[in-house]
Design a binder for this molecule. Structure first.
Ligand code: 0WD
Ligand code: CA
Length: 396
């Protein structure tokens, strides 16, 4: 197969190994140079509680709280602690776009205005597409349908469950380290509203990944406007109260997105190989934070055995430059943010045009097969995946 290389962006059809399937987008030749990204703007937020019940508020929002000396003085914090008590969300339950769509019903009911935008989806879906030129090993299937003049896209969960390799014990533990790091580095209220006891006991309770806080943003890329929702790990300091933002002077606007933080864990970097692996991983960190307008990622570095040794802040907008300037960077293989965005813009534009608009509620499959050169679209016989309350609200 043709690798994605910077030096070889245009591979004419005639030189491809196989004829392109109908309704296909060649990944290596889909380019819109320098598409403009609109500044994401938060239009709503919602929370899942510990029972996975949905609330149209910020009740599951967390606040960053971790001191470098707490990490270093202890000689490392054991991220495996409490592993046996982990309360893990059942990710075989298909929630479709429910949280996002119900939050839009709530928003539209309370404001009396319909949310505009061409594409409505989870941020995680767009992260996959944004990274695709450089992440060609894993396949995926997405479901897409037009409804009320908007294109809705979700992951096809049965496909994901059927094709993902079952994680071994070590990968299960490593994913726990990520959630444990979230727990030890956050508190449920701003620190000045927390008692010493609340702060000090934050790592005593079992770790759970059931509760989540999500932000819904309006954004745009090239000619495509979109509404996307994604999980936000915590705020750095506080989230501005909309009541304090009634002044329409843009210079005074305290943007909630400016306060958000993405948390990640990574092994401590001890070799050239570690460094280069980390720089590849920064593509996904950059992509997911950039899409939602999250300005900062905090990476907890842990030992091979899962002891947190230190943590470091990365400004989202500086990540592409850090990777480019690195001594491990290779102009042919290192990821490039401008090229990735050019692909995403072309891809979304293509999806908007190739999926027939007039056939509302008909589900289409967007498919990427592992290591293939194309993204394809075909008709599926799946029923609509939109929540009935959303359909009823928009049909009223
Ligand atoms: O396959 C599924 N069932 C998916 C569910 C795929 C993608 C998303 N989701 C759900 C999420 O649980 C959430 O409610 O959609 C909502 C929004 O997610 P997103 O922000 O679009 O998801 P993504 O950007 O893919 O992931 C962000 C975080 C992850 O953090 P890291 O640091 O690893 O990127 O969402 C969490 C995870 O912490 N997350 C999940 N947690 C539990 N179960 C899952 C999952 N299946 N997927 C993502
Ligand atoms: Ca995270």
């Amino acid at each position: 197969s043709t690798p994605w290389t910077k030096g070889n962006p245009q591979v004419p059809y005639g030189q491809q190994q196989q004829a392109p399937p109908a309704l296909s987008l060649p990944i290596a030749s889909a380019r819109i140079r320098g598409p403009a990204m609109r500044q994401p703007r938060e239009i709503a937020s919602f929370s899942f509680d510990n029972n996975r019940r949905l609330h149209f508020d910020d009740s599951s929002l967390s606040y960053f709280y971790l001191l470098q000396e707490d990490v270093t003085s202890s000689g490392g914090i054991d991220l495996s602690a409490g592993y046996n008590a982990f309360e893990k969300r059942d990710d075989t339950i298909d929630e479709h776009l429910d949280g996002l769509l119900l939050s839009l019903v709530y928003l539209e009911r309370t404001t009396g205005k319909k949310t505009t935008g061409d594409i409505i989806t989870w941020r995680g879906i767009l992260t996959k597409l944004l990274c695709l030129p450089y992440s060609r090993n894993d396949g995926f299937e997405l479901n897409a349908l037009w409804f009320d003049q908007q294109l809705f896209i979700e992951e096809n969960l049965p496909y994901k469950l059927a094709t993902q390799h079952r994680p071994d014990q070590r990968s299960e533990l490593m994913s726990y380290w990520g959630y444990k790091f979230e727990q030890i580095s956050t508190i449920p209220k701003p620190w000045n509203e927390c008692s010493r006891q609340e702060i000090e006991s934050r790592s005593q309770k079992p770790v759970s990944n059931v509760a989540q806080y999500c932000s819904v943003v309006k954004t745009g890329l090239g000619n495509v406007r979109m509404v996307i929702a994604g999980e936000v790990d915590c705020v750095w300091d506080y989230k501005p109260d909309p009541k304090d933002n009634i002044d329409n002077d843009p210079k005074l606007f305290d943007n909630p997105l400016d306060h958000y933080v993405e948390l990640k864990t990574n092994r401590v970097i001890q070799s050239d190989r570690d460094a280069s692996t980390f720089e590849n991983k920064l593509l996904r960190v950059w992509a997911q934070s950039f899409l939602l307008g999250v300005p900062k990622a905090i990476v907890g570095f842990r030992s091979e055995q899962g002891y947190l040794q230190t943590f470091e802040e990365f400004e989202t907008q500086k990540i592409p430059g850090i990777v480019k300037k690195s001594k491990y960077s290779n102009p042919y293989t290192t990821w490039d943010a401008v090229d990735a965005l050019a692909f995403l813009a072309a891809c979304l534009e293509w999806l908007k045009n190739v999926i027939p608009r007039d056939e509302e509620n008909l589900v289409w499959t967007i498919r990427y097969l592992p290591r293939s050169d194309y993204l394809t679209v075909s008709k599926s016989d799946l029923p609509s995946f939109l929540h009935p309350d959303f359909v009823q609200w928009r049909s009223a």
